[in-house]
Ligand binder design. Structure first.
Ligand code: G4P
Length: 525
């Protein structure tokens, strides 16, 4: 028995050391689909690249697979991709690429240990990148930057570094450095390897000598740039920066090699009770995403869990802490976009999809019995709000059903007023309303119309004393709504109004996120 424990512990250490779990963040069109495909190709998870051609011929990149995505040719949900590369086991969580993303995108970032940030060389830091980066910053997730589309005319690389530093408040430490862009893009110099890789658009990069002009440029960079420090990177203070062209694949492997080297292995995770380290032998995990009806042929629900400690085995019995109940996890699955494969064993850092018999809620902690509650899976304040109009009033029950389900998945949030039974919905991205309309019809047979409400900011309100909170709610009764857990939320038309309120009501705290994990709240359902 002792031998078995030692063997298991060795296995766990070994697997832990080679695992890397990351997500890609970017603004739409920066090339996330393209680079994801290149990463999967490098990892041998797919054999043929087809982004551009496939999109044009109305087939789709492998990570865009939901019905609505096919219809619109965009990624709406995040899928999980697993591949092996140079001895590493990589979990890449694909976040939605469209500008109108959902909370799901934000929440996905709570399940990773590092992030690849894609920047379009011509556009620099864009709106969505900023929002997503902000979430990484909140969690202190290390970020690697890849400046993409160097084969097109882009901005000056110094200017881009400046843009990243100013807009995101993170220091840049270029690892590769480009010479020229667009038709004059000659390649990149790898500053760590002291090697020049030339680009000719078609062939594999070649090592080459560098021109005297470029040599000068590099010396300038040595003098001006921030030296890389792994510690600074791990604290999310320094971003190593790479340049390349995802469409041709140039520079992608250079980036991936370094990312896997420097990115942290599965990190310890905070629970309310204690910090859980990956190498602990008992299994623990949390659910960060629930997806209903992934396969319309089987109306199933899949819970995505991120393993935090121990070894997961197929048919294992786990304890759902919130429900105080043991269940056997059925059909543990790893995903390569649309393809699923059953797995026998999984380790910390791995993302596994498990069959959800309608039990799980986002933020659930699974253990082998210990009462743990993992933290840090917040609900983010919606920025768009809509009222729904049911075409057939007799379908109210189905509507509620569907909305409950969609809010558990994190696609939308439901709000109601103190009186009356009208349900309004809020979302982080406006596209969600179309997704909801589409899915309510396709999956629940309910036809609705939605109408935008004149709000753009929501904040959960908290006060030290109930009387203060009550008085505020009386004052602002028109704009007070309640979320699914009966917590009061104020909806406002602008940030300007929020600032006004913050000044006028110093005893009220206006919160942009709400932790899902309060035990009291989670019991409702
Ligand atoms: P996204 O998932 O971040 O939204 O971006 P996606 O990969 O779909 O790329 C957006 C557009 O940018 C695509 O062109 C894609 O071909 C192009 N692209 C991506 N990487 C590079 C690159 O390194 N260099 C150049 N020149 N282009 C790149 P599109 O015309 O919008 O779509 P398509 O019709 O070509 O598929």
């Amino acid at each position: 028995n002792k031998l078995k424990v030692i063997l298991l512990s060795n296995e766990l250490q070994r697997e832990l050391a080679k695992r890397r779990t990351f997500a890609i963040i970017s603004h739409p069109d920066a090339g996330k689909t393209t680079i994801t495909e290149k990463l999967l190709l490098l990892g041998g998870a797919i054999k043929l690249s087809g982004t551009v051609k496939a999109k044009k011929s109305k087939l789709y990149a492998r990570s865009d697979w939901m019905e609505i995505e096919k219809k619109r040719g965009i990624s709406v949900t995040s899928s999980v991709l697993k591949f092996s590369y140079h001895g590493f086991e990589v979990n890449l969580i694909d976040t939605p690429g469209h500008q109108d993303f959902s909370e799901d995108t934000y929440r996905t970032l709570t399940a990773v240990d590092s992030v690849l940030m894609l920047i379009d060389a011509a556009s620099g830091v864009e709106e969505q990148t900023k929002k997503l980066f902000h979430v990484c910053r909140m969690q202190k997730t290390p970020v690697v930057a890849f400046v993409n589309k160097m084969d097109r005319e882009g901005r000056d690389p110094y200017e881009l570094m400046d843009d990243i530093e100013k807009e995101l408040g993170i220091q840049c430490s270029p690892v590769t450095w480009p010479t020229g862009s667009g038709s004059r893009f000659m390649g990149v110099y790898h500053r760590w390897q002291k090697t020049m890789y030339t680009f000719d658009g078609a062939n594999q990069p070649q090592k080459a000598r560098i021109s005297p002009d470029f040599q000068e440029d590099l010396e300038l960079l040595d003098g001006a740039g921030v030296p890389f420090s792994r510690e600074g990177f791990l604290k999310s203070e320094i971003a190593p920066v790479f340049f390349g062209s995802a469409i041709t694949g140039f520079g992608v492997d250079l980036m991936l090699n370094s990312l896997l080297d420097i990115a942290p292995p599965p990190q310890p995770r905070k629970a309310i009770e204690r910090v859980v380290s990956g190498d602990e032998e008992t299994f623990s995990a949390f659910i960060f995403k629930i997806q209903a009806n992934m396969d319309p042929a089987h109306r199933d629900r899949v819970g995505f869990m991120r393993i935090c400690s121990g070894i997961f085995t197929r048919d294992m019995k786990v304890h759902v802490v919130r429900l105080n109940r043991d269940i056997r996890l059925g059909r543990p699955t790893k995903f390569v976009a649309k393809d699923r494969a059953l797995i026998d064993r999984a380790y910390p850092g791995d993302i596994v999809g498990v069959h959800d018999p309608g039990l799980f809620a986002i933020g659930d902690t699974l253990t082998e019995g210990e009462k743990l509650h993992f933290q840090g899976i917040p609900v983010f304040a919606p920025e768009h709000f809509a009222s729904l109009k049911l075409q057939d009033p007799l379908k109210n029950k189905q509507l509620l059903n569907g909305l409950e389900q969609l809010s558990e998945e994190g696609a939308i949030q439901m709000f109601h007023k103190a009186h009356g039974n009208r349900i309004d919905v809020g979302a982080v991205g406006i596209l969600q309303f179309d997704v909801v309309k589409f899915r309510l019809e396709a999956e629940y047979g309910v036809a609705v119309e939605w109408q935008k409400m004149p709000y753009s900011v929501a904040r959960w309100i908290i006060a030290n004393e109930q009387s203060i909170l009550d008085a505020f709610q009386q004052d602002q009764v028109e704009s007070i709504f309640y979320d699914r857990f009966h917590q009061p939320v104020i909806l406002m038309d602008s940030m300007w109004r929020l600032e006004l309120f913050e000044k006028r009501y110093p005893n009220i705290t206006f919160k942009a996120t709400s932790e899902t994990l309060s035990k009291k709240r989670r019991k409702r359902r």
